[in-house]
Design a protein around this ligand. Structure first.
Ligand code: TYD
Length: 144
């Protein structure tokens, strides 16, 4: 598994409990496996045009998120304004943390991908940066 070089991003592991019965249980808990208080959960599914769909294409100013591909797989491309990196989400219990100031795009949705996202705050369009050039300007003035 490649290390993440993009600022404010890192791999997350959650449990995968096999209790002797059929199936696996994975658990995400605030402050334990998820490094923020979870205020919102959403999921992306029904990706019927998956061959040419690219989602995301934005960064957040304050929002923290944890992304898990809980069915199928997808690619996530990350950019902090300096470094960029592409990763694959292929395991339901192996996700990524995405902090503020990371431009992300999701693509290559495969095998009925379901992308589950935990977020640190309620939805706010004001927190989005949707223009890439604006993001590059923002990241220059907000890099830690
Ligand atoms: P967006 O975050 O741009 O999706 P993605 O990054 O997956 O491409 O959201 C798509 C639309 O859904 C946009 O109109 C905003 C709306 N939306 C909400 O209303 N609430 C939410 O919690 C989310 C994540 C999106």
């Amino acid at each position: 598994m490649n290390d993440l070089i993009v600022r404010n991003s890192r791999w997350l592991s959650i449990s995968a409990i096999k209790d002797g019965y059929d199936g696996t249980i994975s658990v995400a808990e605030t402050s334990k496996s998820i490094p923020f208080e979870i205020k919102r959960v959403y999921y992306i599914y029904n990706l019927v045009h998956h061959d040419n769909v690219v989602r995301g294409k934005h960064a957040h100013k304050k929002l923290q998120q944890a992304l898990f591909c809980i069915n199928g797989s997808c690619s996530v491309s990350l950019n902090d304004g300096t470094e960029q990196q592409a990763i694959e989400l292929t395991e339901p219990n192996r996700g990524i943390y995405l902090g503020p100031g990371v431009w992300s795009t999701m693509s290559n949705f495969r095998n009925s991908c379901i992308l589950l996202v935990f977020a640190s705050d309620f939805f706010s369009e004001e927190d989005y940066i949707r223009d890439f050039n604006e993001f590059l300007r923002y990241s220059k003035t907000h890099s830690a």
